[in-house]
Design a protein around this ligand. Structure first.
Ligand code: SF4
Length: 327
């Protein structure tokens, strides 16, 4: 089923999540964690800011990954762990072991990989399924080989399609319950018509089709958003329920911190619990509650908050903040 990105509609669909969040926030540990296996990637998408990122390439070390998985288990199981941030997770040589580790420790109820699908051959899919992966989201983004090459920098459309067809076939014949396979497309201005085509192509192959809103990575790539909004800015709810661990163990406030310019801590000599409840993270939340976005390292130029729940009034009531300064 296709998800139509009319932003107002999209936000209304978050109503239930808002209600749920109001029953659990604030949290001593996030319910969603992104752990980045690697920031290496084998594609070069035009709408991805990796090419201007100054980050050093790194794979997360196994010993560190195990510690993070154990900490999530000790504070969980949390709701979801995404194995992905800036790179292609299937490039990490231990990606299957990572899923196995998270599942065997019961770190999260749901373990999801977001991948470009180029390396997802039948053997790897089978190993991930046996490891207990719950969801795999494949960023396809294009509707044919030509547009794929233009958009993603490599001629891999047919490889990805073949890989997903094979994954679906394996799932059918093996009786694996998971992972659910989602085909994803970022909706871009001027390409709205492709949504229907994309849905037709993938609805017979993937378990679901996901059309996701475009954002500019803090004005780092050309603006191709299909939505606008004049709504007054509100605090970014992500800061209260998601945590991001980069492959080099730095902690970012959110997944769009592609350059790690917003890093608020590190797990090198600490654990995630301490960073999440630490002064720097709380100062960032405070800046949002007081509308002091320009006092933050990366949030000032961000539009991604628009896509997330508006819990601003509720937060301010909860924290007894009379009036945001509006800076
Ligand atoms: S406002 Fe933007 S940059 Fe800041 S935490 Fe939210 S999504 Fe990240």
């Amino acid at each position: 089923m296709i998800f139509d990105i009319d932003l107002d509609k999209f936000k209304r669909s978050l109503g239930l999540r808002e209600l749920f969040l109001k029953t659990i926030l604030p949290l001593k540990y996030p319910i969603i964690l992104n752990i980045e296996p690697t920031n290496r990637c084998n594609l070069s998408c035009t709408f991805c800011p990796r090419k201007i990122s100054k980050r050093k390439l790194a794979d997360i070390q196994w010993i560190d990954f195990e510690k993070i998985a154990q900490e999530a288990a000790d504070n969980g199981p949390i709701y979801k762990i995404f194995l992905q941030k800036d790179g292609e997770p299937l490039l990490h040589p231990k990606i299957v072991e990572m899923v196995q580790c998270l599942k065997s420790l019961n770190s999260a109820r749901n373990v999801t990989i977001i991948s470009n699908g180029t390396l997802l051959n039948g053997d790897l899919f089978t190993s991930l399924a046996k490891a207990g992966l719950n969801d795999i989201i494949i960023s396809v983004d294009a509707v044919d080989a030509r547009s794929y090459s233009e958009l993603k920098g490599r001629d891999c459309y047919h490889t990805v399609k073949k890989n997903l067809e094979e994954a679906a076939r394996i799932k059918n014949i093996s009786g694996f319950k998971g992972p659910r396979i989602k085909a994803r497309m970022v909706e871009r201005k001027g390409h709205e018509i492709e949504k229907e085509v994309f849905s037709q192509i993938w609805s017979g192959i993937a378990d679901s089709v996901d059309i996701t809103p475009f954002h500019t990575w803090m004005n780092s790539v050309e603006d191709q958003r299909t939505y606008t909004s004049s709504i007054e800015r509100y605090p970014c709810s992500l800061l209260w329920y998601t945590g991001i661990i980069n492959a080099d163990l730095s902690v970012s406030p959110c997944c769009i911190d592609y350059n790690c310019a917003g890093v608020i801590g590190s797990l090198e000599h600490s654990n995630f619990y301490s960073v999440w409840n630490g002064r720097e993270f709380n100062n960032l939340r405070r800046n949002h509650l007081f509308s002091e976005y320009s006092n933050t390292r990366i949030c000032g130029s961000c539009q991604y908050w628009l896509i997330k729940e508006n819990l601003g009034k509720w937060f301010r009531r909860k924290y007894r903040i009379q009036k945001a300064s509006g800076r």
